[in-house]
Structure formats: structure tokens, C-alpha cells
Design a protein around this ligand. Structure first.
Ligand SMILES: C[S@@+](CC[C@H](N)C(=O)[O-])C[C@H]1O[C@@H](n2cnc3c(N)ncnc32)[C@H](O)[C@@H]1O
Length: 389
């Protein structure tokens, strides 16, 4: 383990590199008001990551075990103030430029002024909003983004108002169901008092389903989850010919297919998902993709009906289901596969050892792409995940 001084020197060196880049580009120093580091060239991304990781280590060492544990124990308060901002749309109640009073935010949001003040001041501790005066508020870069970027706003809502309340029920679900692997014996089902699995439940709540899709789309913007990894991780040119078809199984609103359609010329993408999601995807499909992307309602727990597509793509699907359900999904493809058909499974893969680097905690940077070719037999699918020839 490095000494505090060694860590601080590493931090200084990396911070200087980033500052030098900003000044060479005539960009202002980064701040909580304006994020000048948003579009770093890829060679500086590793510098930024190193800076974040060593800063986090330095902070935790300086805090000691009590301090760093207290931060974890109390971090529900950060999530709570953020959730209040999301639910009462406080970020939309502050002008993009300039400032407004707590009283005005209260009348716009319907939240009593003392509570507006208390929750916003708490969030300000995380640099979400700042005070322009003791009675007025202005945006910071983070709060402004909540007001101006609907995808970011949806991502905050998905995590703070959908998934965090679910996490609060995990212990109860474990005590009641253990590790049953059944999709409706979960914390989500308990949090929502439903006997339905999450996606069927969302299918009955279109606005939450829309937010889910929009939040997912936002997450693909981060370096680790960037779709460029999917584009570069498979030889798409090998299937990019007239008449080629890729089935995007569980493809949600089609954002992955849109990305792949942009980086190929001929492939037709068929996005399959549950009926409500497919309707939303179809309705929001940009005109430029008409003719390249089609939507089709299909439950992946029933047999495929599309004959012999070139590729079945499963992106971020399997991690939601226990093994028997994943096997069922794959078995349902068998009747329509021909020699040379491929199944691509794109997932995050957890390391075999614990991960302490903050930048890797949000999901490993290396996602894997499995390619199965040839005639598929269900027994092989169960027992052999690497070669099905
Ligand atoms: C985690 S999201 C992944 C979405 C997309 N593939 C992506 O990478 O952004 C899982 C998707 O599976 C869909 N889904 C869940 N159950 C399904 C089912 N039985 N049949 C088809 N799609 C389903 C959900 O509606 C959702 O769009």
C-alpha cells in the first residue's frame, strides 16, 4: 500500500496532466459549475481514472475505518435528498442561468419552503445546486444537467426512485424466498406489492417502462458501457451484406440497434421485446432508421418464430435471470437456427477477486462477447459455453 505522500504525488502528477490539457485547449479550469473534463481525448481517460482511484484511496486512508464506514452508513441521506429533488422536480424549478428564491422553488414544486431549503442544502453538500445568497439558489453543473438532459434525469429517477427502494427490500426477500431464482420472488415484487416479474410489471406502467429505457440509454454514454465496445468487439463486417438480419433480443427501445445500424450498411435489425416496450420503441424511432430497424413483440421465453437470422444478439439480458431461465431463452432459438447462425451474448463479467478501484466499481470495463456458431444442441448450450460447433 502506498504512503499518503506517494499517493498525493501520484494525484499531483495526474492532476497536472489534466490541467495542462485544459490550458493547451484554452479551456477553463474544471469546477463544480462547469465540467471542462467532459470530453477528454481517450488517451487522457486513463489519467482521469488513475486520478479518481488514487484520490479515493487517499481519502479513505485519511478517513480511517470509522470515517470511511460512516460515509457508507450515511450515504442513504445523499440518495434521499437526490430523490426529493427528482420527485419534486426541484432542478426544473431553478433557472438555467441566474438564481431564484427558495420560496419560488417551493411554490413551483409544491414542497413546503422549509423542506425545500433543508433538502436542497443537503444536496448542496454534494455540489448539487449552490446558494447564490442565503435565500436563493443557482445551478451547479450537476443540477443543471438534471434540468437540461432528460436522459440524465431519467437515469437519476431509475436509480433513486426505482432501484434503490427495491434494494431496501432485499433482506426481506432473501428471508422469504432465499435464492429461489424465480423472477417474481424478488425484492422488486415485494417493493411493488406485485406477483409479476419486473418487466411484466413495468409493461403495465408505461411511464416507468419509458424511464427505464431512457435511463439505460443514458448509461451507455459512460466510457465503460459505451456501445463502441460492442461495435468493436465483434466482426460486424462479416455479416454486413444485403439481406442480413440481426435479432436484438430484449432490445428495449432499439437504442443498441440504432448504434449498430449507424456503424453498418446493410443489416436489418429486428428489435424484439415485450409489447408495451416495442410500441414505445416503434413510436420513437428516428426516421433515418426506418427500413433498417423493425420492432416485433416477442416473449423470449417462447419459441422463436423468425427463421434463420444471421445473429441473435443478447445485450444485457442474461444478468437479469437465473440460469434455468437463461437456458430456456437459448433453447427457444434452436428450432430457427441453421449452420452458421450466431448467438452473441454481451454482458459484464465480474472479476474473480474483489474490486477496490472506484472507477471499476460501476461495472468492469471489459465486457465479453461470446460467439456461438454452428448447429446448436441444447445439451451443449447447458454444459459448454464456448464452442457449439
Ligand atoms: C436490461 S434491459 C436490456 C435492454 C437492451 N438489450 C440494452 O442492452 O439496452 C432488459 C430488456 O429485456 C426485456 N425483457 C424482459 N423480459 C422479456 C421477455 N420475456 N421477452 C422479451 N423481452 C423481455 C425488457 O423489456 C428490457 O427491455
Amino acid at each position: 500500500m502506498s504512503s499518503l505522500t506517494t499517493l498525493a504525488e501520484e494525484i499531483l502528477a495526474n492532476a497536472k496532466r489534466l490541467d495542462e490539457h485544459l490550458s493547451s485547449q484554452h479551456l477553463s479550469a474544471t469546477s463544480f459549475d462547469h465540467d471542462s473534463l467532459a470530453d477528454l481525448p481517450s488517451e487522457l481517460e486513463s489519467t482521469r481514472k488513475a486520478l479518481i482511484d488514487s484520490t479515493q484511496t487517499l481519502k479513505q486512508l485519511s478517513q480511517g475505518p470509522v470515517g470511511s464506514s460512516m460515509e457508507i452508513i450515511f450515504n442513504w441521506t445523499d440518495l434521499l435528498s437526490l430523490r426529493v429533488i427528482y420527485e419534486f422536480k426541484l432542478s426544473q424549478a431553478v433557472p438555467i442561468e441566474g438564481s431564484t428564491t427558495y420560496r419560488d422553488i417551493s411554490s413551483k414544486s409544491g414542497l413546503p419552503e422549509p423542506l425545500v431549503r433543508r433538502f436542497m442544502r443537503h444536496a448542496m453538500g454534494n455540489h448539487i445546486f449552490a446558494e447564490a445568497s442565503p435565500d436563493s439558489v443557482r445551478h451547479t453543473a450537476a443540477s443543471r444537467m438534471m434540468a437540461t438532459d432528460p436522459g440524465f434525469f431519467d437515469a437519476v429517477g431509475l436509480e433513486a426512485s426505482e432501484l434503490a427502494p427495491t434494494a431496501g427490500r432485499v433482506i426481506e426477500a432473501l428471508k422469504r424466498y432465499g435464492d429461489s431464482g424465480e423472477p417474481n420472488e424478488t425484492a422488486f415484487s415485494m417493493a411493488n406489492e406485485t406477483a409479476l416479474p419486473i418487466y411484466q410489471f413495468l409493461g403495465q406502467h408505461p411511464e416507468r417502462a419509458r424511464r427505464f429505457g431512457s435511463g439505460m440509454r443514458f448509461f451507455t454514454k459512460g466510457e465503460s458501457w459505451d456501445l463502441k465496445h460492442l461495435a468493436s468487439g465483434f466482426d460486424w463486417a462479416s455479416v454486413d451484406r444485403p439481406g442480413a438480419t440481426v435479432v436484438d433480443v430484449g432490445g428495449n427501445n432499439g437504442s443498441v440497434s440504432q448504434f449498430l445500424a449507424r456503424s453498418t450498411r446493410h443489416i436489418t435489425f429486428i428489435v424484439q421485446d415485450l409489447p408495451g416496450t416495442v410500441e414505445q420503441g416503434r413510436a420513437s424511432l428516428p426516421v433515418e432508421f426506418q427500413g433498417r430497424i423493425e420492432f416485433m413483440a416477442h416473449d423470449f421465453f417462447t419459441e422463436q418464430t423468425l427463421q434463420s437470422p444471421d445473429v441473435y444478439l443478447f445485450r444485457w439480458i442474461m444478468h437479469n435471470w437465473s440460469d434455468p431461465y437463461c437456458v430456456k431463452m437459448l433453447q427457444n432459438l434452436i428450432p430457427t437456427m441453421r449452420h452458421g447462425s450466431r448467438i452473441l451474448i454481451y454482458e459484464y463479467v465480474l472479476e474473480d477477486t474483489p474490486e477496490t478501484r472506484l472507477t471499476e466499481k460501476m461495472g468492469p470495463y471489459v465486457s465479453i462477447l461470446c460467439e456461438f456458431s454452428g448447429v446448436v444442441h441444447s445439451e451443449k448450450l447447458v454444459t459448454d459455453g464456448t464452442s457449439l460447433d
